[in-house]
Write a protein that binds this ligand. Structure first.
Ligand code: HEM
Length: 203
């Protein structure tokens, strides 16, 4: 829900900012007007499932995304990006925690400013509207840039990450390599031969 509504919101939002100079000359006024009208409906209505998804993400995973012992070491070793290093990590490593907070805080900021734009002048005057629009546009652009990096790592950049997202489970050996502290914790609870249940890995 979060990913698919985000993609529509990003494309339709970028169309509001850049569509006229970039897309209109390519596809002409008729096509641009038709597409922009649908994009605007998409942007307005998909804001609701997107907001719900951000709230669910906040509530479901906050306990796993607070600072923990080992986070700093993970950062010092660059997350093991270079070479064959696998710094130990809990259920979420520091990079995943960073994405979590970008989604929660960035999503929260675009939601609040977006609803101010969607329902103009109920809680705002003209200066607040201008501020809301600037914050919405700037945070949205940074958010899209961060998500491009995130999508790369989640698909091509790391083996197993996309399957993990679609099935909700990871291979035990993969978990041992990438989330060794979490595996140790789960094994300590007596979860042995089968992969840990409730495994919710590499978002
Ligand atoms: C709860 C979520 C959101 C709501 C309620 C919302 C609402 C709005 C509204 C009402 C506008 C102004 C449209 C217009 O001028 O006709 C807008 C513009 C825009 N939105 Fe959103 N939006 C949301 C989420 C997002 C997200 C997630 C992104 C990008 C990832 C995004 C990107 C943009 C951009 C780039 C603009 C154009 C800013 C400008 O150039 O003025 N929005 N949004």
């Amino acid at each position: 829900m979060a990913a698919s509504s985000f993609v529509v919101l990003a494309l339709s939002g970028l169309n509001i900012t850049f569509g006229k100079p970039l897309l209109l000359p390519l596809i002409g006024p008729e096509a641009f007007a038709g597409w922009s009208q649908w994009a605007k409906y998409g942007h307005n209505y998909l804001s609701f499932p997107f907001t719900l998804a951000v709230v669910l993400i906040l509530l479901m995973w906050i306990a796993w995304n607070l600072p923990a012992k080992g986070d700093l070491d993970w950062v010092k070793r660059g997350g093991g990006v270079v070479g064959n290093d696998h710094p130990p990590a809990g259920r979420f490593n520091m990079g995943q925690k960073l994405i979590y907070w970008i989604v929660v805080l960035g999503g929260g900021a675009v939601a609040v400013t977006g609803y101010l734009l969607l329902f103009p002048f109920y809680a705002t005057d003209i200066a607040d509207m201008q501020l809301a629009q600037s914050i919405h546009g700037i945070v949205a652009l940074l958010f899209v840039a961060a998500m491009l990096g995130h999508i790369y790592i989640g698909t091509m950049g790391m083996e197993g990450a996309f399957e993990a997202m679609s099935t909700g489970e990871v291979d035990l050996n993969w978990a041992k390599q990438h989330h060794s502290q979490w595996v140790a914790q789960e094994l300590g609870k007596g979860r042995g031969a089968t992969p840990p249940r409730g495994a919710r890995p590499a978002e």
